[in-house]
Design a binder for this molecule. Structure first.
Ligand code: C5P
Length: 314
């Protein structure tokens, strides 16, 4: 068994998510501000034993199901390994173990985090020197949110989300994250959005108020400026989440919004102790699994080399 590499990759949230018209390639034009927050997936990659194909195992804390995560070649981490191998002419197979800390199908780009983590882990394991920009281009081939999972921090996303421009922001934000036991399909939410739209759809924009709030690190103003064009569509599919968002506002959060295509809900807080209070208040009314995390945090990065063989856990 080879020496392994462990990479962590963060969840993403969208502080605003402007969704424009459908493009010729079927994707929607986006204008978004991403933020990476401190919930992470960890991915361990080893060379596969001789003669073995790529493989992947997935495990998570009991609180969220991983049954929806594929464990064959369609898993985004395996696709990332194959893409990098083909791009660089490497003829090696890998054994991948994913530890989920990001809700599955939660609108927090957990799959994209695994894709980004696999690119970086294989790049490190195979001792490649592929330029960073090339890795970001490969990430875009895997999915719209994958480049941001590599970059992290706070950043503008344009195109279909894959064009990432880092923003220099100061200070930290604290988010309470409320997971839902049942995931939502991102394509289904986009379809619901399109079904409710008629006539001309304007190009998406980033609200000035949001940029101003970020420049001044004004938590109350940021809370008021949070926006998500996917939210009405997601709430039509899951109306009960409206009550959840109201509960967060009642619990004194500065802003309450669905994360991306949902169903995870986000509540913006003043700091860690405020986040603990809001999380406690939501827990007290029986609202699912609550965690809290700071943002912005780094994108995908190598956290260990020479790790033990990947566990065979499912
Ligand atoms: O890029 P990714 O594979 O993550 O996208 C998942 C799905 O989300 C797409 O197949 C599409 O249905 C929808 N999507 C979209 N417009 C975007 C990004 C995603 O319609 N800009």
């Amino acid at each position: 068994m080879s020496t392994g590499v462990v990479v962590s990759a963060p969840a993403k949230i969208n502080l605003c998510l402007g969704v424009g018209p459908v493009r010729d390639d079927g994707f929607h034009a986006l204008a978004t501000v991403y933020q990476a927050i401190g919930l992470h997936d960890h991915l361990t990659v080893h060379d596969a034993p001789d003669g073995e194909d790529d493989s992947v195992t997935v495990r998570a804390a009991d609180r969220f199901p991983v049954a929806g995560v594929p464990t064959d070649g369609s898993n985004i981490a395996v696709r990332a390994a194959r893409l990098l191998a083909e791009h660089t002419g490497v003829e090696r197979r890998v054994r991948i173990a994913i530890d989920k800390g990001i809700p599955v199908m939660g609108g927090m780009a957990g799959g994209s985090a695994d894709g980004a983590a696999a690119l970086l882990a294989c790049h490190t394991l195979w001792e490649l020197t592929t330029p960073r920009e090339e890795l970001v281009e490969l990430a875009a081939e895997l999915g719209s949110d994958v480049p941001f999972a590599l970059v992290g921090g706070t950043a503008i996303g344009s195109g279909r989300g894959e064009v990432v421009t880092p923003l220099m922001t100061s200070g930290e934000y604290w988010w309470v994250v409320l997971e839902s036991g049942t995931g939502l399909s991102t394509p289904a939410v986009y379809r619901e959005l399109d079904a409710g739209r008629h006539g001309h759809v304007p190009a998406p924009e980033i609200p000035d108020q949001l940029m101003q709030a970020l420049r001044g690190h004004d938590v109350a103003e940021l809370g008021a400026a949070l926006s998500n064009d996917l939210q009405p569509a997601a709430l039509r599919l899951r109306p009960e989440l409206e009550v959840t968002l109201d509960q967060g506002r009642l619990a004194s959060a500065h802003g309450a919004i669905l994360s991306g295509s949902g169903p995870s809900c986000l509540f913006l807080c003043d700091g860690r102790s405020h986040a603990v209070r809001v999380a406690d208040a939501l827990g007290a009314v029986g609202l699912g699994a609550v965690s809290f995390a700071p943002g912005p945090v780094h994108g995908a990065r190598v956290v260990a080399r020479g790790a033990e063989p990947a566990p065979e856990v499912r």
